[in-house]
Structures are given as structure tokens and as C-alpha cells.
Design a protein around this ligand. Sequence first.
Ligand code: 5GP
Length: 109
Amino acid sequence: LFCKFVTGELATDVVAESDSSFAFRDINPQAPTHVLVVPRNHYANVAELAAASASETAGVFQLAAEVAKREGIADSGYRMVANTGPAAGQTVFHTHIHVLGGVSMSWPA
Ligand code: 5GP
């Protein structure tokens, strides 16, 4: 599914792009800003991404930081989440970082 957003085969609400990464709004936002950042290439989860490519791993975090700036949440604070595997609630197995912000959050959860 997320591969089809990256190629443009399916339309989505694009927030930012780089050579190696792609950012779009989550269809079911859990915060005022809820953006998903994915590498253009397909990896099932962050562990696969990290094992395969340091530059693409960096690219995802660089674009996530850019998204936070553009969304105006860089200074107030935001959260990056990578659900990894079924017990963590990962439902889409094209790795993605959630960028969540625009609201005060507590921790944990
Ligand atoms: P996960 O639970 O795998 O970390 O998160 C998957 C995320 O993808 C969820 O937050 C869900 O709302 C989002 N999502 C699932 N299908 C679509 C879709 O078709 N379009 C968009 N923009 N987000 C989606």
C-alpha cells in the first residue's frame, strides 16, 4: 500500500519528499499533526531498514525533522514512533515513522 503512495499510483496527502523518503498524512490521525515518513524503497520494519541502509535510515529521520519544522511543532515538541511487529501494533509492513505533535503528550503512552 505505502509503495503505491511513494510511486504516485495511489493518491495521498503528501507533506514532504526527499530523494530517499516520502511523508504523508495518516488517514486516521491521533494528534493534530500525524504524519507518516517512509523510505521510498520497501522494508518491512525499521530493523530491516537499519540493517540494509544507513543512508536511507538517516534519510527517514532527516525528513521527519523537516516535517516537524514545516508543521510548526519542532520547538513545542513532537514524538516519533516506529511500531515494530504485531505485539507493538504494527499493521502496515512497509516501515514508517509516525510523527505526532500539536498536543501535550504524557509518557509512557
Ligand atoms: P502502524 O500501526 O503499522 O504503525 O500504523 C499504520 C498507520 O497507517 C496507521 O496509523 C493507519 O491509520 C495508517 N494507514 C493505514 N492505511 C492508510 C492509508 O490508506 N492511508 C494513510 N494515509 N494512512 C493509512
